[in-house]
Design a protein around this ligand. Structure first.
Ligand SMILES: Cc1cc2nc3c(=O)[nH]c(=O)nc-3n(C[C@H](O)[C@H](O)[C@H](O)COP(=O)(O)OP(=O)(O)OC[C@H]3O[C@@H](n4cnc5c(N)ncnc54)[C@H](O)[C@@H]3O)c2cc1C
Length: 379
């Protein structure tokens, strides 16, 4: 190893870009770090806008890499296929393998595998936009899943195509703490969106409700479930039952001091991670904390455990309407919410702030701060 250490960040979403920026620009390094961000995309994806792209209500969810990355981060447009933890090498599609001294694993998530339409990534969202745009007036659309993504995409499609008949189908109806709020129900009714208890077949889109079964609608958008890329499992790194990379409170893979993880793709073991929810509000601080762990260790120090809490959960209900729910640091709901235009305005500011935080970390490394987590059990 020369006087410089090579850090590779795999995945340029909210967690990966935050981690790369924090390390590349840090003045606290004892050994200079050369940071490479591996991501096949041509630009940063604002994933939280993909329901708007899928409905045809925005042309793109991409932001130029130069708008969010510290200029010292090298972006390598490639897909990682394998990680050899012992040799510290990453196999890349169509390129020579890439060696690393430190690795931050941040490949994000998607919905469970399905052949139906979805808005989980830009390609899927564009295919959904094409399919929705091609539907005949009066066609039925099924949205599978009544969580935040299901409700957001249903509202966006209803606004883009008011002539369609949209039904959200989920096993237990809208019981999600955010989407089950009465104000959200009123918004759905106003947009003519029906909500039914039932199950959608992920292969065919056929719907089964207590009243019986019916064939698939002309378009079915799948927003149910949670899945992660199999890269960690395929690389024989320790994973949770759902394939997320297992990390400890410092975001380090146990037994692999130089491999860290952040964002949707990791499961943080122990009490510090028990309340964490897959979201931008988690991915951004985890990315920053993974960087802090690398910076601490490369300087011979001891990293600390992540201490992360929440303030809000929010929902885009389209056309400037939204719903924002205040939560405690452990993510449990407080009895206050912002609905209607106030909720929509707040939600939009939060969406803008996610990109602003990344750009801010590029300009002023170390600037990202976050809310402390709930008190941990003693002992
Ligand atoms: C429609 C929609 C709306 C959402 N709304 C909200 C919201 O309002 N609030 C909220 O907090 N969260 C929201 N989320 C969830 C949020 O987007 C995710 O929690 C967040 O993007 C996770 O960030 P991440 O950095 O872990 O992963 P991602 O943002 O998913 O980024 C992962 C990156 O890894 C790259 N990648 C994947 N595999 C590889 C590989 N093998 N090699 C190299 N690169 C790879 C991908 O190209 C991608 O750029 C929403 C999600 C969707 C789909």
């Amino acid at each position: 190893m020369s006087g410089t250490e090579r850090v590779v960040v795999v995945g340029g979403g909210y967690a990966g870009v935050m981690a790369a920026n924090r390390m590349a620009g840090s003045r606290q390094v004892h050994t200079p770090l050369e940071v490479t961000l591996v991501d096949p995309a041509a630009g940063f994806t604002e994933r939280i806008r993909l329901h708007q792209l899928g409905a045809g209500r925005r042309a793109s969810a991409a932001v130029p890499w130069t708008d969010v990355l510290n200029p010292r981060v090298r972006h390598l447009p490639a897909r990682a296929l394998s990680i050899d933890a012992d040799r510290r090498t990453i196999g890349l599609a169509g390129r020579e393998p890439l060696d690393f001294d430190w690795l931050v694993y941040a490949v994000g998530s998607g919905e469970t595998s399905t052949s139906l339409l979805s808005v989980t990534n830009p390609e899927a969202a564009r295919a959904t936009r094409t399919a929705i745009g091609g539907l005949a007036p009066g066609s039925a659309v099924t949205v599978a899943g009544a969580g935040p993504t299901g409700v957001e995409v249903a509202c966006a499609v209803a606004l883009a195509r008011p002539d369609l008949r949209i039904t959200i189908v989920s096993p237990s109806g809208p019981v999600h703490p955010l989407t089950g709020h009465p104000a959200v129900g009123r918004r759905l009714r106003r947009l003519g969106i029906a909500v039914r208890s039932g199950a959608v077949d992920p292969a065919t889109g056929a719907v089964t409700t207590p009243e019986g079964s019916r064939p698939a609608a002309p378009a079915t958008i799948w927003t149910a479930g949670f899945a992660v890329p199999s890269l960690a499992a395929d690389s024989r790194l320790p994973v949770a039952g759902d394939g997320r990379l297992l990390v400890d409170g410092t975001l380090t893979v146990p037994g692999h001091e130089r491999i860290l993880g952040a964002g949707d793709a990791v499961a943080v073991a122990g009490p510090a991670g028990a309340h964490l929810r897959a979201s931008c509000a988690t991915a951004l601080p985890l990315g920053a904390h993974a960087a802090d762990t690398v910076l601490a260790r490369s300087g011979g120090g001891d990293p600390s455990e992540i201490d992360l809490g929440y303030v809000l959960q929010c929902l885009d209900l389209g056309s400037g309407q939204g719903h924002v729910r205040f939560v405690r640091p452990d993510d449990s709901p407080r009895p206050w919410a912002l609905a209607g235009r106030a909720g929509g305005w707040t939600k939009e500011q939060i969406c803008r702030m996610t990109v602003a935080w990344l750009a801010g970390e590029a300009a002023a490394p170390g600037s990202c701060r976050w809310q402390a987590g709930p008190p941990l059990p003693v002992g």
